[in-house]
Each structure stands twice: as C-alpha cells, then as structure tokens.
Design a protein around this ligand. Structure first.
Ligand code: UFG
Length: 328
C-alpha cells in the first residue's frame, strides 16, 4: 500500500506503539495529535501534524494532501472519574470531535475507520467473559461517549458507506518489547504502571482500592492485554476492511482475569522489590470483574495475541519504568 494511514492520537500510549508497528510493517503513516496528553518524541517516524480534532479546517488540509488508506483513531480522554466530574469534556472530546473526524473522512471519501473503544461500554457486566452479544449499558460519561461513537458509526455506514471496526479494549498494558516506547500518562491512573512506580520508588506505595469484592481474594479482577497485541488487532481490522469486509466490533482481551493482588504479586516477583501497599476504599464505579471473550477476534480477524502472559506484560512495563526518571 503506497497511500498512508492516518493515526489520530499517535503520540499517545497505544497510538505511538501503533505508529511503530505500522512503520515496521512497511506502511506510510501520518500522525495527527494535539499533544494535550501525548508526547512528540513518542512518534517514531512518518509525518507529524500538530492539530486538534476541533479544528475542521486543519483536518480538511491534511485530508486534501493525502489519500488515506484508512484512519485509526486513538485520541480521547480516558479517565472514568474525571468523566463523571466533567461530562462536558468527555462528550466534546470523545464524541463531538470524533464526528468532526468522521465528517472530514466522508467529505474526502476515506471509508475505513478503526476506532479505539472500551470495555467500559458494557458497564456492570451481567456475565463474564464478556462477548460481543453482551448488552452495552455504560455507567459513566467515558463509556457513554465511546458507545455514542459506536452508534454513530452504524449510522455513518448506512448513510455514507463509511466502514468501521470498533475494538473494545479491556485493560491495555505492557510496553514495546524493544523498550523504546511505553505508558507515560500524566497523571497516571492505571494499575500496572502505578505498581511499578511503587517498585522503582517513584511513589511510596500502591493503593489497593477495596478488598471486599466478590472475587477469590476480594480485589477486582481485570483482563490485561498487551499494547502490541492490541496494535496487531488494528492491523488485522484494517486488512479486513481493505478486503471489502463489513463494519464490525470486537472485544479484545486475553480471557484471563487477574486480581489487583495478583498483579502486585507478579510485580514483586518480576522486580524483586517489596512494593508497599496502602489499603484504600473502593473506587466508585469499579465492577468486580471484567474479562473479555475474544473468540470472535480470533476467528474473524485471525487475532493471535503474542504476549498474553501477565508476567510478560508486567516485565515489558518494568523495562520501560526503569527508563522513566530520565524521561520526566
Ligand atoms: N486499582 C487499584 N489501585 C490503583 C489503580 C487501580 O487498586 O492505584 C485497581 C482498580 O480499582 C481496578 C484495577 O486496579 O480494579 C484496574 O484499574 P485501572 O485504573 O488500571 O483500569 P480500569 O479497569 O479501571 O480501567 C480500564 C481503562 C479505562 C477503561 C476501563 C474499561 O484504563 O480507560 O478499563 O473498563 F474505561
């Protein structure tokens, strides 16, 4: 393919890994990012456009210059708690600005869209593992904003022939196996990087948000999926659309749940550090268990996660964490 792929949010955590993977696979890449939370130095190659999705003229300009094969959209606000306090930001950034992007695609006849969705569209699950047939009942503005985009995409397909694949990530984690990229959120809210910051003494301890959940050790269970495996799924999803495939949606996880305590134990083992724990109240809105059923991604997309092992995920994140003080 000679035409480039547009990666929106390619300076962020998952987007930057995507840019690296696309370049390694021989694709041309244009990254568009407003650098509100991303890092320019995380974009490892291709063209970089510093622009905001609110700026429709800037979008038109980049769509005029390139005939994109497709668009991968990673840019969004991602903190559940913040979304409850500032729904305006979440509906605007995640929904309204995504419509700007979709409208620019339609105007410039770009018809393939891969969307970073989330397990948060399911809310409190009726059952786990969660398959694609599970009803979507998001319980916070973050999840609602992502679900609104998914629903809008169905309409854009019917009306404008815009084909999309929605990828609902469970808990994205890990880092580039070559050690060049990793998670650099500010503030960091995710469990694995926070546990590793406690291991490296960048923070004094890790807060455990509740031990009274209905799980074997009382801490919440999540399905941690390696960032590179998520990126592989994006490549496969774009291939599916390029081959004339229909719009679709897939849940992406490993199907294995690990509790907060198991993650801390794995981090202690891998880092050799004691890692102090601070017992803390439950975080509002945290479901006890979120585990994906990703059989459809495997059978329809041919997705085969390479780094499904929690120790590998934590190990890669630890290699990255050890480089962190130099970066900040
Ligand atoms: N946790 C702690 N202490 C911390 C941070 C997290 O105990 O300091 C716990 C949480 O309570 C949760 C688990 O660790 O049980 C994982 O928490 P994360 O914040 O890492 O991830 P979430 O499962 O809350 O959220 C992730 C994504 C969100 C997305 C959500 C979808 O990060 O963007 O999955 O369910 F919305």
């Amino acid at each position: 393919m000679n035409n480039p792929i547009l990666v929106v949010g390619g300076a962020g955590y998952i987007g930057s890994h995507m840019v690296k993977l696309l370049l390694a696979a021989g694709h041309k890449v244009v990254t568009l990012d407003n650098l509100a939370t991303g890092h320019r130095d995380a974009v490892s190659g291709g063209e970089f456009v510093h622009a905001d999705l609110a700026d429709r003229a800037a979008l038109d300009e980049v769509f005029k210059r390139h005939a994109f094969v497709g668009v991968m959209h990673f840019a969004s606000s991602i903190q559940v708690g913040e979304s409850v306090a500032r729904p305006d930001l979440y509906y605007r950034n995640n929904f309204s600005h995504t419509l700007n992007l979709l409208d620019a695609m339609v105007a410039h006849n770009v018809k393939r869209f891969i969307f970073s969705s989330t397990a948060a569209i399911f809310g409190e699950p009726d059952y786990v593992p969660i398959d694609e047939a599970h009803p979507a009942r998001p319980i916070n503005p973050y999840g609602i904003s992502k679900w609104m985009v998914e629903q809008a995409l169905a309409g854009y397909d019917r009306a404008f022939g815009l084909k999309s694949v929605c990828l609902r990530y469970f808990n994205a984690a890990g880092a580039d196996p070559e050690g060049e990229l990793g998670e650099r959120h500010q503030p960091e809210t995710h469990l694995i990087p926070l546990v590793l910051q406690a291991a490296s003494k960048r923070r004094p301890d890790i807060a455990v948000f509740g031990r009274d959940y209905d799980t074997p050790d009382g801490t919440c269970i999540r399905d941690y999926v390696h960032v590179m495996d998520l990126c592989q799924a994006h490549l496969l999803a774009l291939d599916k659309l390029a081959a004339g495939g229909d719009s679709d949606a897939f849940n992406l996880g490993n199907g294995n749940g690990f509790s907060v305590q198991q993650v801390i134990d794995a981090a202690r083992r891998i880092t050799g550090q004691p890692i102090a724990v601070k017992e803390s109240p439950p975080r509002p809105g945290d479901p006890a268990r979120l585990v994906a059923n990703s059989e459809r991604a495997r059978s329809v997309l041919g997705w085969q996660p390479q780094y499904a092992d929690l120790d590998v995920i934590v190990g890669h994140a630890w290699e990255w964490e050890k480089k962190m003080p130099a970066c900040f």
